[in-house]
Design a protein around this ligand. Structure first.
Ligand code: C2E
Ligand code: MG
Ligand code: MG
Ligand code: MG
Length: 283
């Protein structure tokens, strides 16, 4: 009967769930260890102004060097850090470390840091960010926080109020991965963003005749400029994509075409005169 069936299903699934729960627990413990033992590092990926070809900022991207597993992708460990609440301490570490680094960069190079929706639930976030800025000496106007629309989907008044606190410190707020998931234009009304990051799925086929992506990107660029926001295209890998984005009036680009995320010591080398792409390619 249904009961026997249920029990059989139960018996079938439990060992597997145990295994994945154990794996998660191990990862969680490894994450805590890594935070104490210096197992994390930050790589920085340049954002390039499409008109000038100059590096205008860098996004801090967290990397975890696991003793046995090698480099673990943030896509794998960030969700665990979020579930366990460790993201708050980890996020503080990223902010402090990246602010200290960015304080040594030329003044025109901004720092972008990803902030998880979980961090935006903590009402001391603005205070801690102000602390990281003060300790590093980084001008708040040079810090850009990237948040995803997950924050806005929940219509979370508390998170919105924290975003307003952050804005009042002077930091800029960017909407990351725009156009994915349950994107809605109404989110742009709910909070006044400084920047929209157009997800790389619209960039990948932007130079293909048959795709609707150029029309969508043009619409986002128009909406942004009508509302005093700038735009950055993520995942730019080819010259053709860059040329199309420049023509459409996108403000910045980010992607492997210019540079992959690099360790701090390597990314510095991109800020000099070398951060301008060959003139033929820019014109
Ligand atoms: P994101 O914020 O959208 O970051 C952009 C991702 O696209 C990065 O992946 C970057 O390496 C990748 N990318 C950049 N250019 C290209 C390109 O031309 N082609 C392709 N195929 N990919 C490109 P990454 O570093 O693996 O990070 C994945 C996600 O993990 C990030 O997406 C962000 O949501 C999250 N993340 C990373 N660091 C942090 C952090 O410090 N805190 C939080 N909360 N999340 C983070
Ligand atoms: Mg981001
Ligand atoms: Mg993104
Ligand atoms: Mg993304």
């Amino acid at each position: 009967g249904a009961k026997a069936e249920g029990r059989r299903t139960h018996r079938f699934f439990v060992p597997e769930m145990d295994a994945s729960a154990k794996a998660r627990l191990t990862l969680e413990q490894d994450l805590r260890q890594a935070l104490v033992n210096g197992g994390f590092e930050i790589h920085y990926q340049p954002l390039v102004n499409l008109r000038t070809g100059m590096v205008s900022g860098c996004e801090a991207l967290l990397r975890w060097r696991h003793p046995q597993r090698g480099m673990v992708s943030p896509a794998e460990f960030i969700p665990i850090a979020e579930d366990t609440g460790l993201i708050n301490d980890l996020g503080d570490w990223v902010l402090r470390t990246a602010c200290n680094e960015a304080a040594t960069w030329p003044l025109h190079v901004r720092l972008a840091v990803n902030v998880s929706p979980v961090q935006l639930k903590c009402d001391t976030l603005a205070l801690r960010i102000a602390g990281a800025l003060a300790a590093s000496g980084l001008d708040p106007r040079r810090l850009e926080l990237e948040i995803t629309e997950a924050v806005l989907i929940r219509d979370d008044e508390a998170a919105l109020s924290i975003l307003h606190q952050l804005r009042s410190i002077g930091v800029r707020i960017a909407l990351d991965d725009f156009g994915t998931g349950y994107s809605s234009l109404s989110y742009l009304k709910r909070f006044p963003f400084d920047k929209i990051k157009i997800d790389r799925c619209f960039v990948a086929d932007i130079d293909a005749d048959s795709s609707g992506s150029p029309v969508i990107v043009q619409a986002v660029v128009n909406i942004a400029s009508a509302s005093n926001m700038t735009t950055v295209a993520e995942g730019v890998e080819t010259e053709a994509q860059r040329e199309m984005l420049r023509t459409l009036g996108c403000t910045e680009m980010q992607g492997y075409l210019f540079s992959k995320p690099k360790p701090a010591a390597e990314v510095r080398g991109l800020f000099g005169p070398d951060d301008v792409l060959p003139v033929a390619a820019v014109a």
